[in-house]
Write a protein that binds this ligand. Structure first.
Ligand SMILES: Nc1ncnc2c1ncn2[C@@H]1O[C@H](COP(=O)(O)OP(=O)(O)O)[C@@H](O)[C@H]1O
Ligand SMILES: Nc1ccn([C@@H]2O[C@H](COP(=O)(O)OP(=O)(O)O)[C@@H](O)[C@H]2O)c(=O)n1
Ligand SMILES: [Mg+2]
Length: 216
């Protein structure tokens, strides 16, 4: 049961979100597991808005915000930025779009992220799409990503893997215990991984039509 403050926050945020029912899917998996790549495919096929927590943080650095230096240092060290910063960016992005369904990629990355998002927004994810990939494959992909990222070097990558094992996997376990994890074998080629992703999304989006052609 949440506290009175949690309940009050939830009411405020529900009204901020115009009491519209917002559908959220968390997209999780280690660094380099293919979250961003598959989110782009899902957006194209199923009309979700993709919100990458890492992209929002990098945009915040570029915008010259007062938090920029702190965020830049944490990313370089592979550390997780305090929830209040990331959640504000996610909330703003959710409110800016006209859409009502979102893929939230790379968030929550630790227990603090998870609990704060739930109490601040009142949003519970439909499910968690989890890209499961061995570390050596993720390392190979990150080292050849070539997006000019400060954190795609072997020293930071090792730190990110440690943070993933210690802080992010427990969040996936938390949702797994609630039956909310849809696990995808992410080591296969992009197209094959997307076939498995589609198998998760098709049942959500297929229309059931009766014998008169009416959508039920
Ligand atoms: N299934 C795959 N097989 C091989 N390379 C992949 C696959 N999925 C993504 N990649 C590549 O690996 C790198 C990391 O992918 P990305 O989607 O950025 O992962 P994440 O967002 O989980 O860090 C990118 O260069 C991407 O093109
Ligand atoms: N919820 C989040 C997500 C990312 N980040 C930071 O942003 C970095 C890059 O995240 P990302 O999701 O873009 O990285 P990938 O998993 O896509 O490689 C992380 O290593 C963290 O330093 C964070 O602090 N909190
Ligand atoms: Mg990514």
């Amino acid at each position: 049961m949440g506290t009175a403050v949690d309940a009050a926050n939830k009411v405020v945020n529900e009204s901020l979100l115009s009491e519209k029912k917002v559908t959220v899917i968390f997209v999780l998996g280690g660094p380099g597991s293919g979250k961003g790549t598959q989110c782009a495919n899902i957006v194209e096929n199923y009309g979700y808005t993709h919100l990458s927590a890492g992209d929002l943080l990098r945009a915040e650095i570029k915008s010259g915000s007062e938090n920029g230096t702190m965020i830049q240092n944490m990313i370089k060290e592979g550390k997780i930025v305090p929830s209040e910063v990331t959640i504000k960016l996610l909330q703003r992005a959710i409110q800016e779009t006209g859409n009502d369904k979102f893929l939230i990629d790379g968030f929550p990355r630790n227990e603090e992220n998870r609990a704060a998002f739930e109490s601040v927004t009142g949003i519970v994810p439909e499910f968690v799409l989890f890209f499961d990939c061995p570390e050596e494959e993720m390392e190979r992909r990150l080292l050849s990503r070539n997006q000019g990222r400060d954190d795609d070097n072997i020293e930071t990558i090792r730190k990110r893997f440690n943070v993933y094992m210690e802080s992010s996997l427990p969040v996936i376990e938390y949702y797994n215990a609630k039956g909310k994890v849809r696990k995808i074998d992410a080591v296969k080629p992009v197209e094959e991984v997307f076939e498995d992703v589609k198998a998760v999304f098709i049942p959500l989006h297929e229309k059931v039509v009766d014998s008169f052609g009416r959508i039920l």
